[in-house]
Write a protein that binds this ligand. Structure first.
Ligand SMILES: O=S(=O)(O)O[C@H]1C[C@H](O)[C@@H](O)[C@@H]1CO
Length: 601
């Protein structure tokens, strides 16, 4: 499950290294508009509404004024997203637009650098500019650092020799600094974060949210068409998590993310509700239904038959993306009254236009009664570790009536049973929480005839700037911190099996849970011990001839053991050989997630 929150997109998996790169959605002539930027030496900088902006989507530019009588290097720098990772094995691509607001006789070099906050220069490039350039002109340079400082306290800077540029004014717009990206995709993903997720072998990617789909208001809702095409045509928006989204990670980039990580999208459409509790009136839904149809056609339409699909083709992807699931809104149990008509119109129209799509409802299952009756619901739960253990049998009692369930957001977030969102929330997952989640997940496996997908949420968190915790994977400007819940998700994902094998059922409300699956010649036994004591188990595999050795991969630690920037590898999976037979015993450590792989004939 992904959404741009906690700088998980901008400043996270989206590889752009410069923060506030295009002064989107800021108020000109304010200090706040300059966030992440700072002047160097006697230069003065200001964000202005440009009299001739770079594009309609980017009305603001950076005005550099070099006072008369200046000497030495003057200009400005960007601090990145709480740091810039300078790596000498990478070549960085830097770009920006500039123009002189009025012709001048200036002729000189702009120096573009990567340097430490204390002035150590790691990479430098220069470009000659002339004061006769009064229309927007793009600069593109490559930067190759000569060393790899351990510290990420580095800046991207643009400077000019103050003496020769004395009294000059230059406008700048749309900066960008990219390192190499995951699978080399242009405008792509941060390699280490994308690789970490790829190594979990996820099957699907839910986008674009979550709250961030809905908008804190109607005007700031997520709109697919504002997130595609040339970067200078993307206005950005105030996201739902208290910061401006560049929308550089837009709908097409999300689709490429799915393609590059071999996942299929579960894509949401805005369904007429924003988080200020405003619902579009029933008789005014048509334009938003059309916008949803266009969004879907951008992803799967025929370029010869649909404008949005033709746009996709023109951007380099004529063939459709593999989309099966479309979610109508997000958490509409907050607005189930209006969802009754919103669902009817969205589901009615979308299923008429795209009869093969599986539409997911986001209200509580069958409450309220919806028409058409949803075949798919998205359930969310944030609870205590104990809740997850006690609800391992949550889906066992669900009617098998042709309805399928997506456990779209779940996580153990707190041990505060009276208010999981109150005091005592987890900042990082820990083994008490992760083993509880594993117990719940054995139940999802046992009920995989009706649970078609499940995803921990939220996915990513920049440790320098976050709102919601815990998250599956944390990171800073140069490191990735997979959590105990990440390893739990990964253990279940890469040891999935293709067939559920019935076994003795765990004790409801107990502390020990397991599920058994099979993948051709391997029987896979997943065990969650949510208690404080190790538990010995006896497995009997009747009517299967079993080889004598197998492996056990164990993730275990104390209840509060947790991976964090301070203790990044406190809890890691350990794999060892174990003795196996038609009947064998295995001891699951306290607070552990265990995967046994048993070779069979
Ligand atoms: O405040 S919440 O509604 O609990 O927010 C949750 C639910 C929402 O879908 C998602 O964006 C967020 C955290 O993952």
């Amino acid at each position: 499950m992904f959404e741009a929150s906690k700088q998980s997109g901008d400043g996270g998996i989206y590889a752009e290294l410069l923060q506030n790169r295009a002064f989107q959605q800021v108020v000109p002539n304010t200090a706040a508009a300059l966030y992440a930027w700072a002047p160097i030496n006697s230069a003065s900088i200001n964000v202005i509404t440009d009299p001739i902006p770079l594009s309609n989507a980017l009305p603001n530019s950076l005005k550099l004024t070099i006072p008369s009588g200046t000497s030495g290097n003057v200009g400005f720098g960007n601090e990145g997203y709480w740091g810039i990772n300078v790596n000498s094995s990478w070549t960085y691509e830097a770009s920006f637009y500039y123009k002189f607001p009025g012709a001048s006789s200036f002729s000189g070099n702009l120096i573009i650098m990567l340097q430490s906050s204390t002035g150590t220069v790691y990479a430098s490039a220069s470009v000659h500019v002339s004061g006769s350039t009064t229309t927007w002109t793009q600069v593109l340079v490559s930067l190759s650092p000569t060393s790899s400082p351990a510290s990420t306290a580095n800046n991207f800077t643009v400077t000019v020799d103050g003496a020769s540029a004395s009294g000059e004014t230059i406008h700048f717009a749309m900066f960008s600094l990219f390192p190499p990206t995951f699978k080399g995709r242009a405008n792509g993903l941060r390699m280490d974060l994308a690789q970490t997720l790829y190594d979990m072998k996820p099957s699907f990617f839910r986008l674009p949210g979550g709250n961030n789909l809905e908008g804190q208001s109607f005007s700031s809702r997520w709109q697919w068409n504002a997130t595609v095409g040339n970067l200078i045509d993307r206005p950005g928006r105030m996201g739902d998590w208290e910061y401006i989204n560049t929308d550089g990670l837009g709908l097409l980039e999300y689709m490429y993310l799915c393609e590059d990580m071999e996942m299929q999208p579960i894509m949401a459409v805005w369904a007429g509700y924003s988080l200020d509790e405003y619902s579009i009136p029933e008789d005014e839904l048509a334009p938003y239904i059309q916008q949803a149809i266009d969004q879907i056609n951008f992803v799967i339409g025929d370029p010869a038959a649909s404008e949005p699909a033709a746009l996709r083709a023109s951007l380099g992807h004529p063939e459709p993306f593999p989309l099966q699931y479309v979610e109508i809104g997000n958490e509409d149990f907050f607005a189930s009254e209006s969802y009754i008509y919103r669902w009817r119109y969205f589901a009615g129209n979308l299923s008429a236009v795209f009869p093969h799509l599986k539409l997911i409802a986001t209200s509580y299952p069958f409450n309220p009664v919806l028409d058409p009756i949803p075949k798919h619901y998205d359930n969310h739960v944030y609870q205590t570790p104990g809740w997850f253990a006690e609800n391992s049998f949550y889906y066992d009692s669900f009617e098998r009536n042709g309805t399928y369930y997506f456990e779209g957001e779940y996580a153990a977030v707190s041990t505060n049973t009276s208010d999981v969102f109150g005091d005592g929330g987890l900042v990082y997952p820990d083994m008490q929480g992760s083993s509880g989640e594993a117990a719940f997940m054995t139940g999802l496996e046992r009920n995989s005839d009706i649970v078609f997908a499940a995803s921990y949420a939220p996915l990513l968190m920049n440790v320098a700037q976050y709102q919601w915790t815990p998250n599956l994977v944390s990171f800073d400007a140069s490191q990735v911190y997979p959590s105990t819940s990440f390893y739990t998700q990964q253990l279940f994902s890469v040891n999935r099996g293709t067939e559920y094998l019935p076994s003795t059922l765990p004790t409801v409300n107990g502390t020990l849970y397991w599920s058994v699956t099979r993948d051709k010649s391997t029987v896979i036994i997943k065990i969650a011990n949510t208690g404080m004591a190790a538990e010995q188990m006896i497995f009997e595999l009747p009517s299967i001839s079993v080889y004598s050795t197998g492996t056990a991969t164990v993730l275990s630690g104390s209840a509060t053991s947790s991976n964090s920037p301070e203790t990044p590898n406190a809890v890691m999976p350990v794999t060892s050989q174990i003795k196996i037979g038609e009947s064998f015993s295995y001891t699951a450590p306290a607070y552990s997630v265990n995967v046994l792989r048993v070779k069979v004939q």
